[in-house]
Design a protein around this ligand. Structure first.
Ligand SMILES: Nc1nc2c(ncn2[C@@H]2O[C@H](COP(=O)(O)OP(=O)(O)OP(=O)(O)O)[C@@H](O)[C@H]2O)c(=O)[nH]1
Ligand SMILES: *[C@@H]1O[C@H](CO)[C@@H](O)[C@H](O)[C@H]1NC(C)=O
Ligand SMILES: [Mg+2]
Length: 219
């Protein structure tokens, strides 16, 4: 057993050394090369791909994340969304850049993984059911947990389901989510929305406008 472990360590060391040698050889080869116009085009394309921005869409189960994405995707159907078991993804093209919206389901088991996705996100879109007063404290705690993991990420909070009669107003939401306690340096926005309206609704356009603004200021 002891011997076997030694052999394994030796093998791994050999593999690492080989990998490093290959890496250095490739680097040398590329540094010596003269760039052709084709290569240059490939670079330009790579650069343009970098203009993709990931918008991470989080919020408790039933908040309306999938409904918002469906609307952003231009769907006019009133088809009800089913709970998201894992991920949901749409891509939105705007004149300035491409936004990749990634929703992760909000059920309790999935919430544990939310934090892992913050690293790759450029913007956090946090959806709240404005009529779910009972779970607003939970929504607040989850939001502040995310804010404490990443201190800089710009955040847009959507007070969704504003069409409901018992929906909380924006100032009520502001207080219930303790947004006043968030540090000044953070870019933080609170928008109201109803994701059962028309896709070309004013509030949806406000959201798109804000996303584009955030990205153009970023550069
Ligand atoms: N009245 C009203 N209902 C909404 C609105 N947005 C979503 N809903 C409803 O709320 C329910 C949940 O919506 P989803 O979009 O599936 O919620 P979700 O946040 O994606 O939930 P998970 O995927 O389970 O995390 C659905 O029945 C929607 O039709 C809204 O603005 N107003
Ligand atoms: C978004 O729209 C495209 C084209 O209309 C469709 O193929 C795709 O399934 C939609 N995605 C979602 C998540 O609604
Ligand atoms: Mg969903």
């Amino acid at each position: 057993m002891f011997l076997l472990q030694h052999v394994r360590v030796a093998l791994m060391a050999a593999a690492a050394a080989f990998g490093a040698a290959v890496f250095m050889a490739i680097n040398l080869f590329y540094k010596r090369r003269v760039w052709t116009p084709e290569d240059y085009c490939a670079f330009k394309e790579e650069e343009e791909e970098r203009r993709q921005r990931q918008v991470l869409v989080l919020g408790l189960d039933g908040a309306g994340k999938s409904s918002v994405l469906q609307q952003l995707n231009g769907s006019t159907s009133k088809r009800k969304c089913t709970p998201t078991r894992g991920f949901n993804f749409i891509r939105l093209h705007t004149p300035t850049c491409e936004f990749d919206f990634l929703e992760i389901g909000g059920s309790e088991d999935l919430r544990a993984y939310w934090g892992d996705f913050l690293k790759r996100a450029h913007i956090l879109l946090y959806v709240v059911d404005s009529s779910d007063r009972r779970r607003l404290l939970l929504a607040k705690d989850e939001l502040h947990r995310l804010l404490s993991i990443d201190m800089q990420l710009p955040v847009i909070i959507l007070g969704n389901k504003q069409d409901k009669l018992d929906a909380m107003s924006m100032s009520e939401l502001h207080d219930a989510l303790s947004l006043g306690s968030v540090v000044d340096q953070r870019k933080l926005y609170l928008l109201q929305l109803s994701s059962v309206g028309e896709p070309e609704s004013c509030s949806l356009q406000n959201l798109q406008y804000l996303l584009v603004q955030l990205e153009s200021n970023h550069n």
